[in-house]
Design a protein around this ligand. Structure first.
Ligand code: GAR
Length: 221
């Protein structure tokens, strides 16, 4: 099967983009990144894409008068590049209902918490405030409601008493970088069906949709 043509949408540093670039660069991943779009000029991820020889576009959301006009420009760029799948990777712009409907079950997002807990922003600060022993990340299909949709893969990390937002963010990012390529692989390979708004993985093996931070693997051994 031809690799699925994939676009990655970013707003910032793009470490998840980098993980996706690295995972799909070899010949054996069922997705290929054909376009990176940023809604912010100067986003660090644009450099990463350029270094990997991937075409980039900047569609500055701040310059559009309405959400609809921005979404249309985005959709046009995706269609021009004959994109099959879209990965939101630190894309900090809410997409409208029509756009989300058009890309239903073909658009993935990564969120830095174990959804459905801690939707929205400042997830790590809220986890620390709640005094929880674990947190993590979630890759899911996008729905119009923010941070909702069938869950594909989750990564789990411990929270240590001495953690602050920065240390926790770094630990969660480590598992994000393993979860996102894995989720994209499942979707691109056509192994995921959505049944009753749950993602079902064909031939699922134990723990295939779960990634543990290395410190947890050691602690639970
Ligand atoms: C990641 O932690 C991602 O989960 C988060 O932004 C960061 C982007 O980092 N996404 C959201 O908060 C979406 N609501 P990156 O640019 O280094 O990939």
């Amino acid at each position: 099967m031809e690799p699925r043509r994939t676009a990655v949408l970013i707003s910032g540093t793009g470490t998840n983009l980098q993980a996706l670039i690295d995972a799909t660069a070899g010949g054996d991943h069922p997705a290929r990144i054909v376009l990176v779009i940023s809604n912010r000029e100067g986003a660090g991820g644009l450099e990463r894409a350029a270094r990997a020889g991937i075409p980039t576009r900047v569609i500055p959301s701040a310059r559009f008068e309405t959400r609809g006009a921005f979404d249309t420009a985005l959709d046009t760029a995706l269609r021009e590049a004959e994109v099959d799948l879209v990965c939101l990777a630190g894309f900090m712009r809410v997409l409208g209902q029509d756009f989300v409907a058009r890309w239903r079950d073909r658009m993935l997002n990564i969120h830095p918490s174990l959804l459905p807990a801690f939707r929205g922003l400042e997830t790590h600060a809220r986890v620390l405030e709640a005094g929880l022993p674990v947190t993590g990340c979630t890759v899911h299909f996008v729905r119009p409601e923010i941070d909702e949709g069938p869950v594909l893969v989750q990564g789990v990390v411990p929270v240590f008493p001495e953690d602050d937002v920065e240390t926790l963010n770094a630990r969660v990012l480590e598992v994000e970088h393993r979860c996102y390529p894995r989720a994209l692989e499942m979707v691109a390979a056509g192994r995921i069906s959505v049944i009753d708004e749950r993602a079902v993985l064909a031939g699922e093996r134990p723990f295939e949709r779960l990634v543990l931070h290395p410190s947890l693997q050691e602690a639970t051994r």
